[in-house]
Ligand binder design. Structure first.
Ligand code: GRF
Length: 213
């Protein structure tokens, strides 16, 4: 991300999603087709993923890169990268994509891949972040949108928002609130990138600058 104002057409975005795709839907409903952002492709590692149906309903191209067809992660990621480049994708959004991306893929799309994570990183990285936070007994958890680097949920943080855990609320309600926050924060992050408001500090690559407008 250069931080220069976006020029020309809308930011060309692809979403990788393994599951139900409610975050994908929030992107499709919130920012896709706004003139600033165009979702040009949705890919999954699961043939029957609900996210692919959502993409098709929105008239967006889909791709399936299943583990059965690509047992080696490197080969699978090469195929995904070729597909993304063919679509002219400028930003890759991971929205519940359950495969780790290879280092080569991350290098190829350096600072052009973001992820949404259901906790306040660096707390509770990896799988079942909501369950980890509840089991730990923290009073505040939340949502993080971050750039993806070679680690697991370790990349530079773009946006975060807290969610209080009162322990008097049913777990289902907590999960619902976290998803609601995700559905606001992820489209917002895409919007900021599309507006050219986001840059990574050259002297401290952990620091993501957001220009206030
Ligand atoms: C979200 O909770 C996201 O934070 C995590 O995977 C989940 C995907 O949910 N990375 P959905 O498929 O977007 O509904």
């Amino acid at each position: 991300m250069s931080g220069e104002p976006a020029t020309g057409g809308p930011l060309r975005v692809a979403v990788l999603a393994s599951g139900t795709g409610t975050n994908l839907q929030a992107i499709l409903d919130g920012v896709h087709g706004s003139g600033r952002v165009e979702v040009v492709g949705v890919a999954s590692d699961k043939e029957g993923a609900r996210s692919l149906e959502r993409a098709r309903s929105a008239g967006v191209s889909t791709g399936v890169f299943a583990r059965e067809d690509f047992p080696e992660r490197e080969a699978r990621d090469l195929a995904i990268a070729a597909w993304l480049e063919e679509l002219g994708v400028e930003l890759v959004v991971l929205a519940g994509y359950m495969q780790l991306l290879s280092d080569a893929f991350i290098r190829r799309f350096r600072n052009r891949v973001i992820n949404v994570h259901p906790a306040l990183l660096p707390a509770f990285p990896g799988l079942d972040a909501i369950g980890q936070a509840l089991a730990h007994g923290v009073r505040v958890t939340g949502v993080t949108v971050h750039f993806v680097d070679e680690g697991v949920d370790t990349g530079p943080i773009l946006l975060q928002r807290p969610v209080e855990l009162t322990y008097t609320r049913p777990v289902a309600e907590v999960i619902e609130e976290i998803h609601r926050v995700e559905h606001e924060l992820l489209p917002r992050a895409i919007e900021l990138i599309a507006a050219g408001a986001v840059s990574i500090d050259e002297r401290n690559p952990r620091l993501v600058r957001i220009e206030q407008r």
